[in-house]
Design a protein around this ligand. Structure first.
Ligand SMILES: [Fe+2]
Ligand SMILES: [Fe+2]
Length: 179
């Protein structure tokens, strides 16, 4: 999705910050719910999921700081993202470790695609602070995606429907937030 000047309501940069902030709350909840199940059934995955969760909490703060600096408020979809994230993480973890990694890979792939387009837009607008926030999280998200890939989350046919649903939902919620 190309990011363009918004002709209604908030400027696009502000929308980007709010949508990303809500998305990070979704991500925090994905990893929270996966950790809940991993603590019972997949103890070996706990350290990596704890690392992911710590990253997502930091991302949440990065966007919130910048939103507050602009006297902004949370996105309307903030709690919906949290709930959706929790449900998505929980469902994928019920499928097992491959489900967890398929979820990570699918979510982060969609997110990274958006981050690149956001960076392009914010560079063109010379919105240095928003650009800094988006660039700040890119490497972590790439690391999450690559971990998902290396752990077999991207290539098992059996998990294709799960990846598909997760991609569509993630893409949908971002687009909805940007409207
Ligand atoms: Fe994140
Ligand atoms: Fe992430």
């Amino acid at each position: 999705m190309k990011y363009r000047e918004s002709n209604t309501g908030l400027p696009t940069s502000t929308k980007i910050l709010k949508v990303n902030h809500a998305g990070e709350f979704g991500a925090v909840n994905i990893y929270r719910s996966q950790l809940f199940l991993a603590n019972i059934f997949m103890k070996d995955l706990v350290p990596v999921l704890e690392d992911f969760l710590a990253d997502e909490k930091r991302h949440l703060d990065v966007f919130w700081q910048e939103i507050q600096r602009r006297n902004g408020v949370k996105c309307k979809s903030y709690y919906l993202c949290g709930l959706g994230g929790y449900a998505m993480g929980f469902t994928s973890a019920l499928v097992g470790r491959r489900g967890i990694m398929a979820c990570t890979w699918a979510v982060e792939s969609v997110v990274i695609n958006h981050l690149h387009n956001q960076i392009e837009y914010l560079q063109s607008k010379q919105d240095v602070e928003a650009l800094k926030a988006v660039q700040d999280i890119l490497e972590d998200e790439q690391n999450h995606r690559d971990t998902g890939f290396q752990s077999g989350g991207a290539n098992n046919m059996f998990y294709q429907p799960l990846r598909c649903v997760i991609s569509v939902l993630t893409e949908g919620v971002i687009r909805l937030g940007m409207r």
